[in-house]
Design a binder for this molecule. Structure first.
Ligand code: MG
Length: 264
């Protein structure tokens, strides 16, 4: 006890010295500098134990030049194809337009995935993200959609975001300067076919006449009429023929219906 008290007393004396206080301050600054980036990284952490490092798929989408090149390549090819089809007279005398999925096709939600740090998807967390209206555009998408409008086409955003975030989704698209005629989100069914039928029959919303959907865009195989993950194992080459002409698929290695496919 005496020794302890002596040690304590001596330590207190040393603690009062200006030199030691300066040393403690320096240690504090160094510690903050060392962990500063980790502190910022974990600000939104919900499962730090699982998050060892940003996984390659998310890193690629957020930071690879190849991702940005690829999405712009897809939209450039789509623009060229659309211009050629318009010039050919294929759409003369009829109302036409395109179907665009939203997430990872027009809206880049990779920041939400980064902030989740590997935690399970949660609908409430996702909808909070949607309501922040902070998703940037997938590179190339806005210019393409504007080109559709300039060529006389219509734009239907057909997404499986919930109708609960209708207002926020439209606000995010408007913030990015995306012109659209209708945004059809998910009310009940995951399948998009009923919503495409509404568009093509003129029953989607009041004031929007029926138009034929001549191109479909999405990052999930289900963003294309009648297509499923079955294509991955059973698809004949002919079933892919519409890609590059009528169907344009955007890359999304982070999530999607592919995730439950067999891992061969
Ligand atoms: Mg999507």
């Amino acid at each position: 006890m005496i020794a302890n008290r002596g040690l304590s007393s001596g330590f207190e004396k040393r603690l009062t010295s200006k030199r030691l206080r300066a040393l403690i301050s320096l240690v504090g600054i160094c510690s903050f500098a060392t962990i500063g980036s980790a502190s910022v990284e974990s600000a939104h952490s919900t499962s730090t134990d699982e998050w060892v490092a940003m996984p390659s798929d998310l890193h690629w989408v957020r930071n690879a030049a190849e991702y940005k090149a690829l999405t712009q390549q897809i939209y450039a090819a789509a623009t060229k194809e659309l211009e050629a089809r318009v010039a050919s007279g294929e759409f003369e005398g009829k109302r036409w337009g395109v179907s665009m999925d939203a997430d990872e096709t027009v809206l880049d939600n990779s920041l939400e995935a980064k902030e989740r740090r590997g935690a399970e998807f949660r609908l409430d967390v996702w909808q909070d993200w949607c309501r922040r209206v902070e998703a940037p555009a997938v590179p190339g998408s806005v210019a393409f959609i504007r080109r559709v409008k300039a060529l006389g086409g219509n734009v239907a955003i057909v997404s499986n975001r919930s109708v609960m975030v209708q207002e926020a989704t439209e606000a995010n698209l408007e913030k990015l300067g995306v012109p659209f005629d209708v945004v059809l989100l998910k009310d009940e069914a995951d399948e998009k076919e009923p919503r495409w039928e509404l568009v093509e029959s003129g029953a989607a919303i009041a004031g929007l006449e029926a138009f034929e959907i001549v191109m479909y865009f999405g990052d999930n195989i289900k963003d294309f009429p009648k297509l499923t993950q079955g294509l991955a194992s059973d698809g004949a080459a002919t079933e892919f023929e519409e890609f590059g002409r009528k169907f344009f698929v955007l890359p999304n290695p982070v999530y999607g219906s592919f995730a439950s496919n067999s891992k061969l």
